[in-house]
Design a protein around this ligand. Structure first.
Ligand SMILES: *[C@@H]1O[C@H](CO)[C@@H](O)[C@H](O)[C@H]1NC(C)=O
Ligand SMILES: *[C@@H]1O[C@H](CO)[C@@H](O)[C@H](O)[C@H]1NC(C)=O
Ligand SMILES: *[C@@H]1O[C@H](CO)[C@@H](O)[C@H](O)[C@H]1NC(C)=O
Ligand SMILES: *[C@@H]1O[C@H](CO)[C@@H](O)[C@H](O)[C@H]1NC(C)=O
Ligand SMILES: *[C@@H]1O[C@H](CO)[C@@H](O)[C@H](O)[C@H]1NC(C)=O
Ligand SMILES: *[C@@H]1O[C@H](CO)[C@@H](O)[C@H](O)[C@H]1NC(C)=O
Length: 340
């Protein structure tokens, strides 16, 4: 029954294509007709955003799958992506976004006049994998309800004006590959629960830089096998961070710069996966371990700490200039002046 009806609608579409081949609508056959529910919701979103010029193509007389800033599924005509980028749009994220049930990607990016909070209706989007709301002027908390969207693989709220603390529940997103909360005004500690990401399918890359986070890195982080990157730079974090490293770790990129970390670097073991290490402006003491010469480092900066002793000679360490090493207590040897 199902087969025969889909067969007949396919036949009808083919027939319509033949019939209308001469009409001045070249993509008539290439695109499915837009779902009428989705179209209605999109027009509400447009109205809620005060009918911006950026969405001028959202003309009710045109099939909505032809409109800019969105994508339809080619078979069903359902809207699967909303990509509103760099337009002159003022207002708040319309709650109606939650009424496009097949959305996989939601991207409101570089809209400097987009304000207000993230609407809780996004939790209705059970197919959502990609949520990017970066470089806007959003405010309020990073909502803990985001942890209900279990399908999320990518969450980017960077470059906004979010305040408050990081909700511990974000570690309950089992499929997350990247979490960007950098460049906001977040306060409080990094949640202890973030050590539990490992119990999901993946450990996401974590970007928390340029906030006002305080306290220590939770010990639970030591057990984490960060997939690639961790950036905690430009916060007010303190204490030990040596447990982020270790021979076994897969992490490639670690930026802890401009915090208050204080630990002995002498005994830290580094994984050969590490290619980017920025520790500048902390209170790190001890000496640089010889094992650093075994790494294929592409970036290295330990300036403005309390390190001492000879810089190990070899590997990539002399490929960085003295500004990677200066302003320490008594580091010496190339590229700094020779030890006395
Ligand atoms: C933001 O809104 C203000 C006030 O309406 C307007 O002057 C400005 O051009 C807008 N900026 C952008 C980038 O849309
Ligand atoms: C943005 O739109 C507002 C009103 O719609 C207008 O006054 C302003 O000049 C626009 N700004 C830019 C940068 O186009
Ligand atoms: C950020 O939000 C706070 C309120 O939470 C507000 O006072 C402040 O003006 C906002 N900053 C910017 C740059 O919009
Ligand atoms: C490496 O990991 C294994 C298990 O994952 C663990 O038993 C071992 O102690 C670790 N070695 C180091 C040096 O951390
Ligand atoms: C990290 O993952 C790698 C590769 O999956 C594995 O070999 C290593 O033992 C893991 N290390 C830890 C500390 O779990
Ligand atoms: C290392 O950090 C210091 C301090 O922020 C900076 O002056 C220097 O340029 C940095 N070096 C590199 C290679 O980025």
């Amino acid at each position: 029954m199902k087969n025969s009806s889909s067969y007949s609608s396919a036949a009808l579409l083919a027939f319509s294509c033949l019939l209308f081949l001469s009409l001045p609508s070249p993509s008539f056959c290439a695109h499915p007709k837009c779902n009428s529910h989705d179209k209605k919701v999109l027009l509400k979103i447009k109205a809620d955003l005060n009918n911006p010029y950026h969405l001028a193509s959202w003309d009710p007389k045109v099939d909505c799958c032809e409109w800019d800033a969105l994508e339809c599924d080619r078979n069903t005509g359902r809207v699967i992506a909303l990509t509103v980028f760099a337009g002159n749009i003022s207002g708040q994220i319309p709650p109606a976004v939650g009424d496009l049930p097949y959305l996989q990607n939601v991207d409101f990016h570089k809209l400097t006049n987009l304000t207000g909070e993230i609407p809780s209706t996004v939790t209705k989007l059970v197919h959502l994998t990609f949520l990017r709301l970066s470089w806007n002027h959003l405010s309020g908390p990073v909502p803990s309800f985001l942890s209900q969207i279990k399908t999320l693989t990518f969450l980017d709220l960077s470059f906004n004006n979010f305040t408050g603390s990081i909700p511990p529940s974000l570690s309950e997103l089992p499929n997350l590959l990247a979490l960007h909360l950098d460049r906001n005004r977040l306060t409080g500690n990094i949640p202890e629960s973030f050590g539990n990401f490992a119990f999901g399918n993946s450990v996401p890359d974590i970007y928390l830089s340029h906030n006002m986070l305080t306290g220590t890195i939770p010990r639970s982080f030591g057990g984490l096998n960060f997939s690639l990157r961790i950036d905690l730079s430009r916060n007010r974090l303190e204490g030990d961070a040596s447990f982020l490293f270790g021979k076994n770790k897969t992490v490639q990129f670690v930026d802890l710069s401009r915090n208050l970390f204080m630990f002995d670097l002498s005994k830290v073991e580094f994984s050969e996966n590490l290619i980017y290490l920025d520790l500048n402006h902390n209170k790190i003491f001890g000496s640089l371990p010889q094992s650093l010469t075994n790494l294929g480092l592409q970036f290295f900066n330990v300036s403005y700490n309390r390190l001492c002793g000879q810089i190990p000679q070899g590997g990539k360490l002399q490929s960085f200039d003295l500004y990677s090493y200066f302003h320490n207590r008594c580091l010496c040897g190339a590229p700094l002046p020779a030890c006395k």
